[in-house]
Design a protein around this ligand. Structure first.
Ligand code: FAD
Ligand code: PHB
Length: 391
């Protein structure tokens, strides 16, 4: 097999890149280790920045999102039993975010790509990359028990945090920056109409809480928990009881309860590798960086990376120039670090840390008070949440 760009991983990064390249007439193939139903059902993120929404629409992939997604123009920050709205539209000149599940985005991207006869190889096993420093890198994999080789001009490592591309770069090339947090999120999906029409982020003595949604009938809720929390210790009743305590307000708010249809624990970390490129392989999305989910940025950052990569590859194939490709890492990392900063800040603002003392608690409450009462501070949150402009 031969193609111009070999893409490892059919997540948001790999699939959006595949569409951008196809639109520019650049041949590509996506290799995905899992089955199509698996990647189309995996519950993950749910917030799309305006820029991500616009891109999906420009690519002609936004039809279902525009019908089923929910546009939101604000969020609530809740602390000390009171809610405070951050009005994105007012603070950012009309911008907002779209609530539309990541796995629905994946379904739209996969079906459109296959309808255009794009190549996505599902259940590609034992994927490895080779000769990445040469002009002719190669991806090897096993499909249906048969070893295969994909020769390409470039490789896009879009294989997520646990993928193989990043680790294929020789030791000593990449510099790793990371931070672990002493907590995780226990997330549930519940057949219960969301109790508010906008997302609620709660800072509570008992820990962080988040109410999000997937549709007018399905809530997505999260609780700060231990990083290694055992799900077996959290029967549904205990989850609801804890959520109700954290979301309670002075005027008697309560969450709508309903059957829990999915639950899981997500760890939290901040992670960046520099540079995001080696030889003819480019890392994009979670393979190069992870943000804690408090800023709802992981998917959006993955999409921002591949926009830069696609522009660089277009320049190369149309003019032979490598200027943009050579600046890929530098351009992406500028955004990555700003998004890291924002995600870390939202996380520190809203969670309880194990070593918090009374001083830390007061400082956190003062910061929440400031963010919700100063237009300048609220604007900082709003412009980051809806998405910083692309370079
Ligand atoms: P991924 O979506 O991870 O895609 C990588 C793809 O590569 C996968 O399909 C994987 O199967 C495939 N792959 C991996 N290894 C190989 C291999 N060796 N060969 C072939 N294919 C391979 N973000 C938020 O903003 N909010 C959230 O609530 C949120 N929740 C999350 C929950 C979980 C459990 C996880 C893991 C992530 C969550 N994120 C969340 C982050 C967000 O989902 C990611 O940032 C986003 O998926 C990144 O997209 P990506 O394409 O870079 O990587
Ligand atoms: C979600 O809907 O899953 C979601 C929303 C906002 C976040 C994280 C996750 O910050």
């Amino acid at each position: 097999m031969k193609t111009q760009v070999g893409i490892v991983g059919a997540g948001p990064a790999g699939l959006v890149l595949s569409h951008l390249l196809a639109q520019a007439g650049i041949s590509n193939a996506v290799l995905e280790m899992h089955t199509r139903p698996y990647i189309e059902e995996r519950v993950r993120a749910g917030v799309l920045e305006q820029g991500t929404v616009d891109l999906l629409n420009e690519l002609g992939l936004g039809e279902r999102m525009m019908r089923q997604g929910l546009m939101h123009y604000g969020i609530e920050l809740r602390f000390e039993g009171r809610g405070h709205r951050i009005d994105f539209a007012d603070l950012t000149g009309g911008k907002g975010v779209m609530i539309y599940a990541q796995h629905e985005v994946i379904k739209d991207l996969v079906s459109a790509r296959l309808a255009m006869e794009g190549e996505i190889v599902f259940e590609a096993r034992e994927v490895c990359v080779d000769r990445i420093e040469s002009e002719k890198p190669v991806i090897r994999f096993v499909k249906n028990g048969v070893a295969q080789e994909l020769e390409c001009n470039f490789i896009a490592g879009c294989d997520g945090f646990h993928g193989i591309c990043r680790d294929s770069i020789p030791k000593g090339v990449l510099k790793i920056h990371d931070r672990d947090y002493p907590f995780g999120w226990l997330g549930i999906l519940a057949e219960a109409p969301p109790a508010s029409h906008e997302l609620i982020y709660v800072n509570h003595e008992r820990g962080f809480g988040l109410m999000s949604m997937r549709s007018p009938k399905v809530s997505r809720l999260y609780l700060q928990c231990k990083p290694d929390e055992e799900l077996s210790e959290w029967p549904d009743e205990r989850i609801w009881e804890e959520l109700q305590k954290r979301f309670s307000t002075r005027d008697g708010f309560s969450l709508t309860e309903g059957p829990v249809i999915q639950k899981g624990v997500t760890g939290m970390r901040s992670f960046v590798v520099e540079p995001m490129q080696f030889g003819r392989m480019f890392l994009a999305g979670d393979s190069a960086h992870i943000v804690p989910p408090t800023g709802a940025k992981g998917l959006n950052l993955a999409v921002a990376d591949v926009r830069v990569l696609a522009a660089g590859l277009k320049e190369f194939y149309s003019s032979g120039k490598r200027e943009l490709l050579e600046r890929y890492s530098e351009i992406c990392l500028r955004r990555v670090w700003k998004v890291q900063r924002f995600s870390w800040w939202m996380t520190s603002l809203l969670h309880r840390f194990s070593n918090d003392n009374e001083f830390d608690r007061r400082r956190q409450l003062a910061e929440l008070d400031y963010v919700t009462s100063s237009r300048a501070a609220a604007t900082t949150l709003a412009e980051n949440y809806v998405g910083l402009p692309l370079e």
